[in-house]
Design a binder for this molecule. Structure first.
Ligand code: PEP
Length: 251
């Protein structure tokens, strides 16, 4: 099964408007290597402006979170229809910063994921264990639980569109990348769990990204693993040169 590699940049709450504009121009100007997809998730206030820059470039626009409702009294939320108006087609859900800092539960993450799908937005479901959970050898149980709860009630026709990002919390923003062997082990487990939750055919179609301090030095080895279908990149996506190097990883 051919899964199109996706190189995704999450700018979090870092760039100024000027930096975001420069980054969006720098990333979207060179041609995307054949057979790959590139995605950028700017801070919400910049979605429209970055969307304008990315238009026609082939670079996918995403939001860093998404509300399940299109409109209404949801102060501070990002509406799926507003995202679409800005040109966005993907949304990150369940990022560990949302879970840990803002208290988002698996149930809420599931509601966001289902809402995204209902509005034709492709959700990128982030899952991952903390250092403490890894040390207690609970990694696989944590991943399985987050998948089961995050993927509850997904309609048949939407299942293969979902993207999963394995982001070990201990590797996010810490400079500690999981080894390619650790990433592959987790990704293979996730694919088996997806086959149990959905079925084998769907599991083979779902892309599983690795995220956690991915940088130009580690990307080639990670992308060589059979179940690593892309990368979700934070820090190294904030500089044009390093993210372009990641996009142009050597297969
Ligand atoms: C992320 O924000 O999803 C992430 C993986 O960040 P970093 O690459 O900085 O670890």
């Amino acid at each position: 099964m051919q899964r199109i590699p996706l190189l995704a940049g999450n700018w979090k709450m870092f760039p100024t408007l000027a930096e975001a504009t420069e980054l969006a121009r720098g990333i979207s100007t060179p041609a995307i290597p054949a057979g790959r997809q590139v995605m950028l998730a700017p801070p919400a206030p910049y979605l429209h402006g970055v969307g304008e820059i990315l238009r026609e470039s082939g670079v996918i626009l995403a939001s860093q979170n998404i509300c399940w409702e299109a409109k209404g009294a949801f102060t501070g939320e990002i509406s799926p229809t507003m995202l679409k108006e800005a040109g966005g087609t993907m949304a990150i859900v369940g990022h560990s910063e949302r879970r840990q800092i803002f208290g988002e539960t698996d149930k809420m993450v599931n509601t966001r994921l289902l809402g995204a799908l209902q509005h034709d937005i492709i959700p990128i479901l982030c899952i991952g264990e903390t250092l403490e959970e890894r040390e207690k050898e609970q990694t696989l149980a944590i991943l399985e639980g987050q998948l089961l709860k995050g993927l509850t009630n997904v309609p048949n026709h939407s299942r293969s569109k979902i993207i999963v990002a394995y982001e070990p919390v201990w590797a996010i923003g810490t400079g500690k990348t999981a080894t390619s062997k650790q990433a592959q082990e987790a990704h293979a487990f996730i694919r088996t769990a997806l086959a149990d939750i959905f079925d084998k055919t769907i599991a083979e179609q779902i892309r599983i990204l690795y995220g956690g301090s991915v940088n130009p030095t580690t990307v080639d080895e990670l992308m060589a693993e059979p179940d690593v279908d892309g990368a979700l990149v934070g820090g190294a996506a904030l500089q044009t040169d390093s993210f372009l190097r990641i996009i142009n990883y050597t297969a």
